[in-house]
Design a protein around this ligand. Structure first.
Ligand SMILES: NC(=O)C1=CN([C@@H]2O[C@H](COP(=O)(O)OP(=O)(O)OC[C@H]3O[C@@H](n4cnc5c(N)ncnc54)[C@H](OP(=O)(O)O)[C@@H]3O)[C@@H](O)[C@H]2O)C=CC1
Ligand SMILES: O=C(O)CCC(=O)C(=O)O
Ligand SMILES: [Mg+2]
Length: 734
């Protein structure tokens, strides 16, 4: 919940593993920062916090939270903003339902999630929940473009301590399957507006005109796209790929992003569930509908609703014996690829599979070659080319590989990730038109019922800022720099028309290449295989995909990335890592009180945030803190103090002890601020002297189940007890 005064730095309250880590790390950060007069506040962007904020008006005073996301959304548009943003849940419907149930059980009178809203009250509740669904935080906070890279120390550490990677062979049957037509890529139209405009989106059918969206406003210079995915082409493709997978004897897997593409991709996911279970839907369609089955929510929800219907369960079993084996999210728990839409997130799932040498987990708990079905072909070539490259050359060697950094166009809901309010599942055959206020038709598509039509846009100021950021980064790095833009794709052609003149005007056109995603993938892999570095300058979706793909290949995880968002109004947003909230880590903590979450991303973000504060407010003490954080982070790497994956070995809490110690030692050792040095000298000494006691108290906590008092809204006292089990350390930190 929001504190009143605006702090110097906001550290976000989130969900799952990173939030558990915060219970241990944040007290250390606050205590150290306070010594330098720097305040670190919190704002709650957790799923539970956002749900409560949305229904604040209906909750009694004592339960009423502030709307912290709205507050942050305003703050990031000011030059004062300085936010350390940890990953939060981008909720699928099943996660949302679980969070609502937990909050209801905790005494919050929230309405149920209305699956099929009928009354006005249900429709209003559904609209509020839908606004929270999916990736609802990042687009609000990201008022700037993205700069993600491995800090030099992190990259050097990865080269000196290369992670294990599965072998790739030319014989691997793993492949990417993507649509050859009828998809978003094939149907895309794009135009740059030479004046500010307002567009109405309508569907014209035999019966007349339906307004899908009344008025969308665009400033001059906006690149406006429109496209659609043909439902018939999608279903045909899915059927063919299920059959092809069966013939090849590989695992069937679907990869998309239902969280960020929260309107279009759950529908695509639903098509896959329906196609997979086609015989069941044909025979029991009405019963399933009566039971409230919505394929978009996944097989897990479906199975839950039909578990007492033996006939349907038998039909599902019969289908399973006919189908190829499915790629599993968790084979121990029987969670398949099609269980929950949010479980398979392409940015994490494809790199993990590629890192494993093209292997996915099958229902038998063993690794197998896998058919990777990525319906839309806009970005599938990146994974296809990566797989082809490794089949030809063998796996990447992280000991010698260079690095791929990313500069991503992201600000102001750029591109597909901002398209949700203008995405529609078409109710009837007809023509979708985007009509400007002067009556001219900007884009027009013939569509059929069930097609998924969407419009995305990218504004001029963010595009120019992105190109300039790329110029700055290339100058700083002096390495190869490639704009991943396909001149044959409608949207990319409009962006190229922005990029080229800026590069020429600045006299740096010779420093940059422009290549299609497929060619850029190959060029980048060739570059890093030679031990050299390159910058991938991409749109928003590829920003997301590549900042997991390359870090996972180079460093084993994207959690260690530096992720800076230079806010366009002058503030700073420091994201921690490039990964998510690692639900599996919470499971492990609850079962055996071991948290394998690595806070290196938090350490990197913290150092940047303090140094930014120093520049922004001319605060010399903040600089001393920030530089000492960097020394501590280096210490964590040099001495191998990152968490282990195994119970009984040092975990997240141990790494925080070491971080505090190295940080205190660095502050005590520096000579630019003697008051700080004097303050931290006894603290460093106490931490060193307490080492044995602290480590044994931390070790003693592990090995038995941990009680958190909740999942989406854990009990803060219980979490503190679990995450701060060392009385000795707690006494020193205060
Ligand atoms: N910026 C944001 O807010 C983001 C949020 N998300 C959200 O996070 C949730 C989970 O997403 P998911 O796709 O499972 O991806 P995650 O990145 O959470 O997890 C994938 C795997 O990556 C590894 N991992 C990630 N972070 C760390 C870390 N700090 N330390 C050690 N290992 C790490 C873990 O591997 P292992 O299990 O092998 O230890 C983990 O299981 C979803 O709700 C998603 O929407 C996702 C991406 C970004
Ligand atoms: O907002 C989200 O759901 C995920 C964000 C993400 O994966 C990223 O930015 O890398
Ligand atoms: Mg991502």
């Amino acid at each position: 919940m929001a504190e009143n005064a605006t702090p110097d730095i906001v550290y976000t309250t989130v969900d799952e593993a990173p939030e558990l880590a915060s219970a241990s790390l944040l007290p250390i950060i606050r205590s150290f920062a306070a010594a330098a007069g720097v305040t670190v506040g919190t704002r709650d962007i957790s799923l539970a916090g956002r749900i409560l904020a949305a229904f604040a008006d209906t909750l009694p005073e004592a339960q009423r939270p502030s709307d912290d996301l709205a507050w942050l959304g305003d703050w990031v548009k000011t030059p004062e903003a300085n936010v350390i943003k940890l990953p939060n849940i981008s909720a699928s419907v099943p996660q949302m339902v679980a969070a609502i149930r937990e909050l209801q059980a905790k005494g919050y009178a929230l309405p149920d999630y209305p699956e099929a809203p009928a009354t006005d009250a249900e429709k209003a509740a559904r609209a509020k929940y839908d606004a929270i669904k999916g990736s609802a935080v990042n687009p609000v906070l990201r008022e700037g473009n993205s700069d993600r890279r491995a800090a030099i120390a992190v990259k050097k550490y990865a080269q000196a301590n290369p992670h294990r990677m599965g072998d790739w062979t030319a014989e691997s049957k793993t492949r990417v399957a993507t649509m050859k037509g009828g998809d978003f890529f094939a149907n895309e139209a794009s135009a740059t507006l030479d004046h500010a405009a307002t567009a109405k989106i309508v569907l014209e059918t035999a019966k007349g005109e339906t307004v899908l969206k009344e008025a969308v406003s665009y400033p001059a210079g906006t690149v406006v796209d429109a496209t659609f995915m043909s439902a018939a082409a999608l279903d045909r493709f899915l059927e063919e790929e299920i059959a092809a997978t069966k013939a090849e004897g590989t695992l069937f897997s679907l990869h998309m992003k239902a969280t960020m593409m929260k309107v279009s991709d759950p529908i695509i996911f639903g098509h896959a569930v329906r196609t997979w279970l086609a015989p069941v839907f044909e025979k029991f369609g009405e019963t399933l509908a009566g039971l409230g089955v919505n394929p978009n929510s996944g097989m897990g929800d479906l199975l839950d609703r039909v578990k007492d219907q033996p006939e349907i369960m038998a039909a599902i079993e019969a289908v399973r014996s006919e189908r190829p084996p499915m790629y599993m999210v968790n084979s121990d728990r029987g969670i398949t690829n099609l269980h929950v839409p949010s479980d398979v997130i392409i940015d994490a799932s494809m790199p993990a599979l590629i890192r494993a040498g093209g292997k996915g987990w099958g229902p038998d708990g063993k690794e197998h070659d896998t058919a990777c079905v990525i319906p839309d072909s806009s970005y599938a070539p990146v994974y296809d080319e990566t797989i082809r490259f490794f089949k030809e050359h063998g796996k990447l060697d992280p000991a010698t590989a260079g690095t791929v950094q990313n500069i991503g166009l992201m600000a102001q809901k750029a591109e597909e990730y901002g398209s949700h309010p203008t995405t529609f599942e078409i109710p009837e055959d007809g023509t979708v038109k985007m009509i400007l206020e002067d009556g001219s038709v900007l884009h027009s598509h013939e569509v059929k019922a069930g097609d998924i039509w969407r419009s995305a846009s990218a504004r001029k100021a963010p595009i120019e800022d992105w190109v300039n950021l790329a110029i700055d980064r290339q100058k700083a790095e002096g390495c190869r720099a490639i704009f991943w833009l396909d001149s044959s794709r409608a949207h990319d052609a409009e962006l190229i028309a922005y990029v080229k003149p800026i590069l020429e005007a600045k006299g740096v056109a010779d420093k940059f290449e422009i290549m299609s995603p497929r060619d850029a993938t190959r060029a980048s892999l060739e570059t890093i295989t030679k031990g050299e570095n390159t910058i991938a300058i991409t749109g928003n979706v590829l920003r997301d995909y590549l900042t997991d793909l390359f870090p996972i290949l180079e460093l084993a995880t994207s959690a260690k990335m530096l992720s800076i968002v230079k806010l366009m109004q002058g503030g700073g947003l420091f994201e921690t890592g490039a990964g998510g909230s690692a639900p599996k880590h919470v499971q492990q903590l609850v079962e055996e009180n071991h948290l394998r979450w690595d806070s290196l991303g938090e350490f990197c973000a913290l150092g940047e945030s303090f140094k930014f504060l120093a520049d922004q407010r001319n605060n010399a003490k903040a600089r001393v803190l920030g530089e000492a954080v960097d020394v501590a982070t280096q210490g964590i790497l040099d001495h191998d103090r990152s968490p282990s994956r195994k119970v009984g070995e040092p975990d997240n809490r141990d790494s925080h002890y070491w971080f505090a110690r190295y940080w205190a030692e660095a502050l005590a050792a520096q000579d630019s601020d003697t008051a700080l040095a004097e303050h931290f000298a006894p603290l460093a000494k106490a931490l060193a002297e307490g080492e044995e006691a602290i480590l044994s108290e931390l070790a003693a906590a592990q090995g038995k189940p941990a009680e958190l008092g909740g999942y989406y809204r854990a009990d803060p006292e219980k979490v503190t007890a679990v995450m701060r089990p060392s009385a000795t350390l707690n006494a020193i930190i205060g």
